[in-house]
Every structure is written in C-alpha cells, then in structure tokens.
Ligand binder design. Structure first.
Ligand code: SAM
Length: 431
C-alpha cells in the first residue's frame, strides 16, 4: 500500500523550500501527499523559532497529535528551527515523536525515516541537495537556495544556532538548478539565503553580484528576485548587476532593524544609521525606481524614546514601500539576553502602532503615485480574491490585480494601466 505524508510549514521562505525538498524526496520514495493529517503515515512539522514562544506552539501542536499516534500507524517528525533549537528535549517531553531533524539534514531524510537516527541536528559538511527532486508547488516560480546558515551573529537572532555557519553552494550547481527550473517552465526565480548577498562560491570565489548577473543572463529567466540581503554586505558589483539587468526585480528587502546607531551597535548589525542611509543613496542613484522594503525590531533592550524617534525619522526619509515590524522577542542563548530586559510590553506595543501608522501613510502615498501609469506586469494567474481578474507583479514587486483575458498564459508580460491603489496592492486593466 502507498504510504502517505502530511507536511505543515511555518516561517520563512527557507522553510517553504525545505518542505518542498522534503516532499520531493518522499515522493521519490513512493510516498503520496495528503492534506488531512489523519490520513497520513508520516506527519512532518516544519517549524520556525525566529520569534515568540515558538517551542510552546510546537509542543501544543504535538499534544494534539498524540491521540492520532495512538490510533494510527503514523510516524511523527519535528523538523526546522525548533527541532534544531530543542533537539533531544522534544523526545523527552513528547516521547510519541519519532524523530527530530534540523535544517542541516533536509537532504538526509532516509536516516530518520529508517529509524537509524532519532535526533539529526548536526550540520553535515556535504549538504546533499537533490534539486531535480524538489516538489515545487508553482508552475511558474522557483525558490533556489544559494547560501545556507548565517555568520553575522546579530545579538537578537537565533538563526546562527538553528541554521549553522554560512555555506554557499558552488556557482555552477546554482546555474544548473536555475536552468532546470526554467526548462520546466519556471521563469520567475527567487534566490534564497539568510544573508543572500554574502554568497561566495566555495571553489571559484565568485561573489553574489557575479552570480546575480550570470543567473539573469540565463535565457528564459523573466524575473529574478533574492532574499534577504544584509546592508553591510551590499557592494558595487551587486548594485551594478541589478542596474544592468532589466529582468532583476527593482525591489530590495534590506532589513534596517533600527534607525538608531546606538541600538544598531547593541544589535551588532555592523553598520550605523549613516552608513545605511549612504547605501540606500548609492542604490537609488544607480536604480532610481527601486522599491525598498525592510524589517524593524521595536523594543530591543534599552531602546529609548529617542532611539525610536530616530527609527521613525529614518522610515520617513527612506519611504519604504513595504515594511515588516516586530516586537523584540528574547531568544534562548542569544547575546541580547545579557544586554538587559526588553522594553515594557505596553511601551513596545505603542511604538509598534505608531510605526505602522507612519508606514501606512507612506505606503498609501506610494501606491497612489502609480495611478494612471501603464506598467509591465508579469502574469501569475487568477486573482486570489476575485478569480474573474488576473494577478501579477510589477518590476518593483507590487501585486496588481487587473481585468484582462483569463486565457493569457502564465508568465506573460502585459502592459497594465493602473486605475486604483488598494490597501497593499494595485488594481488596473490590461492594455
Ligand atoms: N537574515 C535576515 C537578516 O539578518 O536581516 C533576516 C532574518 S529573520 C528570518 C527576519 C526578521 O525577523 C529579521 O530581519 C528581524 O527583523 C526579525 N527578528 C529576528 N529575530 C528577532 C527577535 N529576536 N525578535 C524580534 N524580531 C526578530
């Protein structure tokens, strides 16, 4: 009888891709995916621990699966960052779990399925990566990891613990995977890494800018994005690659975390407010139409009202199109725990609301500025909210829902006249 699997994925695109890799290798082993956990012979929870009390969420989910384990022939595996963070403790607290597997072991699922290993939380030197078996849910887009782990050691961040030291994939492996994705009809490519622009080919030393250019030059790559860049590693080669290739999205997610140099120093972000503004300036000079997006942490230990006002001021100066803001969340074992207690909850909440209010206004003004313009839009499929319309993205990564011919092939580039700015998206009509 065919064995079945169910995967639940929390967190970032890295976790999405890890789940696609796990699903692909399970299918190669003859498993079939099911959407109902009670029908599965294998349940994988692919977890995230970047913020909040992620481990509590996982244990409460495991509590709910305990009864299922009693009734069914099912293996339960905890994967992802909570698996890496908690390791053996998961088996002690939830003995009905069969195995725990961290992000470094995604290529080695056989070891845990066979029962050979119950706790796989090492980071093998050879991160086996079978790109031909990735089970990609989209017919037009492909996520492609180019670098795993992170060496930056920001004081608030759990990533170096959960994803290990940086390790870049060989240049030609990445290009081969992009070519294979394009040949299978996926013309939108997104390169992934916790610090994607720290990429450096382990054999040739080629850097991120060189890789970006080489990927953009591959015939059939209609649009190229990448995530997440660290401001301290932006260099001229990367900016030139973006400037010189029209198929590289005019969009850059560049997490600032705080607008105060004092806080940035305590976060160990490796840049000051002035340096960050200078990088933004350099990029804007080369690519004036660029859409910047960012991450901000409010309530970092010791953040004063003045520090926070500097963050608001920086947001006003840069006028980010998109912004993701989080309340500081103390993470186990991170150096920020020694810096001091977080800012009081009520104060952090209030700061977060002021920050969102400011950004709402800026975003609205930016979206309004597109009204009446005709923009090239890459068609992604029917609109999620209204299937009588199409949906796609502009060069600078805004989602556009528009009236158009529903028979338009996915991946086509259309001129769309923008009629309306909505909350997070644009609305228009194909010309
Ligand atoms: N590697 C990227 C970087 O360094 O910018 C992104 C890492 S993380 C997946 C995404 C965002 O989560 C971070 O940019 C940061 O704003 C936020 N984050 C990370 N750790 C956090 C923490 N302890 N508390 C609150 N937010 C956090």
């Amino acid at each position: 009888m065919t064995r079945t699997f169910y995967i639940e994925t929390w967190g970032c695109q890295m976790n999405d891709l890890d789940s696609q890799r796990l699903a692909g290798s399970l299918k190669l082993r003859g498993y079939r995916r099911v959407d109902d956990e009670s029908q599965a012979n294998l349940i994988l929870l692919n977890t995230c621990s970047i913020r909040d009390k992620a481990e509590h969420k996982v244990f409460s989910r495991l509590g709910a699966l305990r009864e299922l384990k009693r009734r069914n022939d099912v293996q339960i595996g905890v994967c992802g960052c909570v698996a890496q963070q908690e390791g053996e403790t998961i088996l002690e607290r939830a003995p009905w779990v069969d195995f725990v597997m961290g992000p470094g072991n995604v290529g080695y699922i056989e070891d845990v399925l066979s029962g050979r290993t119950r706790v796989a939380t090492n980071f093998p030197e050879d991160r086996r990566y079978d790109f031909l078996s990735v089970d990609r849910p989209s017919a037009t887009k492909a996520l492609i990891t180019i670098i795993e782990g992170c060496n930056k050691n920001c004081t608030f961040c759990i990533v170096p613990t959960t994803r290990g030291r940086e390790i870049s994939r060989p240049f030609h492996d990445v290009l081969a995977e992009v070519r294979a994705a394009v040949e299978s009809g996926r013309s939108e490519i997104e390169l992934l890494g916790q610090t994607v622009n720290a990429y450096i080919c382990p054999t040739s030393g080629r850097d991120f800018g060189t890789l970006l250019s080489a990927v953009a030059d591959i015939h059939g790559v209609a649009r190229l994005r990448f995530m997440t860049s660290h401001p301290a590693v932006v260099n001229d080669n990367m900016i030139a690659a973006m400037r010189d290739h029209s198929n590289i999205s005019r969009y850059l997610h560049l997490p600032v975390q705080s607008g105060s140099s004092r806080v940035l120093r305590r976060m160990k972000r490796l840049y000051t407010r002035e340096k960050y503004l200078e990088i933004i300036d350099r990029i804007r000079t080369a690519i004036p139409e660029i859409h910047f997006s960012t991450d901000v942490i409010v309530g970092f230990p010791g953040e004063s009202e003045n520090d926070f006002l500097e963050t608001l001021d920086l947001i006003e100066q840069i006028r980010y199109g998109s912004l993701f803001a989080f309340k500081y969340s103390p993470r186990p074992g991170t150096p920020s725990l020694k810096i001091g207690p977080p800012v009081q909850e009520a104060i952090a909440d209030e700061r977060l609301s002021r920050l969102f209010a400011l950004h709402e206004r800026i975003k609205r003004e930016r979206l309004e500025s597109y009204r009446g313009r005709v923009l090239p839009v890459l068609v992604e499929g029917p609109s999620r909210h209204d299937p009588s319309m199409l949906s796609g993205r502009t060069d600078d990564n805004w989602v556009v829902n528009f009236v158009g011919d529903l028979a338009t092939p996915l991946g086509s580039m259309l001129g769309v006249r923008i009629d309306q700015a909505q909350h997070h998206t644009l609305r228009g009509e194909a010309m």
